[in-house]
Design a protein around this ligand. Structure first.
Ligand code: ATP
Ligand code: MG
Length: 210
């Protein structure tokens, strides 16, 4: 049986935006992956209390955003699991579901990589469950000193991770939420279907960042 290579794009997607989609497509092409699966977070341990849109809305927006790409799909593996979702558990579940012949490539931006050593069981994630595909993000510097600091916190990380160059877009969900509060445009930063969904469901309007 041939090996399937599946890319995983995890995030809170609160809301999903074009940088997420461009990163996913670029990584899929660069690594010749069979497909990219978007995994909206249920209750991420590092973001408890910071999620602002209900989970069903975040999932619905991801589904709308990926619908036009036959290589993209959405997994409910995290949102259907009660309690905090640890990546290690998610990956174990997916490995079991998809079988040993499936190779996983989990995409992570440099901003999140900084936190990675503090995630639950990072060594098991790196050594047994997935390749870590690291993408640069505007505003987060990656130099030798930063790399060495990361390596000191989690030995083996640098050798295990796989950097992929992606177009740099300074778009963030935090900024989109703020724009909505302030009545500034989000057009072109997220698919039109997502923008329409946000409007129709009046998401993020009365929200302020804590
Ligand atoms: P928030 O501002 O709410 O944290 P976000 O824009 O960072 O939202 P997330 O859902 O937190 O989006 O991110 C999911 C994944 O996508 C993370 O690995 C993150 O690093 C990556 N990512 C998000 N935006 C970008 C971007 N503009 N360029 C590269 N990677 C990104
Ligand atoms: Mg983020």
């Amino acid at each position: 049986m041939s090996t399937r290579s599946i890319g995983l794009m995890g995030g809170t997607f609160d809301p999903i935006h074009h940088a997420h989609l461009i990163v996913a497509e670029e990584v899929r092409y660069a690594l010749n992956l069979t497909e990219m699966v978007f995994i909206p977070a249920g209750e991420p341990p590092h973001k408890v209390g910071r999620i602002t849109a209900p989970v069903q809305d975040r999932v619905a927006m991801v589904e709308l955003a990926v619908a036009s790409n036959p290589h993209f799909s959405v997994s409910r593996v995290e949102v259907d699991r009660p309690g905090p979702s640890y990546l290690v558990d998610t990956l174990r579940l997916l490995k079991k579901q998809w079988g040993k012949d499936t190779e996983l490539f989990f995409v992570i931006g440099w901003d999140s990589l900084e936190d990675f050593p503090t995630w639950y069981k990072p060594t098991e994630i790196l050594e047994q469950l997935t390749r870590l595909v690291v993408v640069h993000r505007p505003g987060y510097k990656e130099d030798e000193e930063y790399n060495q600091q990361l390596e000191a916190r989690l030995p083996g990380l640098l050798q295990k991770m796989c950097p992929v160059a992606v177009p740099q877009l300074d778009i963030s969900s935090t900024d989109l939420r703020q724009r909505i509060v302030e009545n500034r445009p989000i057009k072109y930063q997220t698919p039109a279907e997502v923008e329409a969904y946000i409007q129709e469901h009046q998401l993020y309007r009365y929200h302020t960042e804590s």
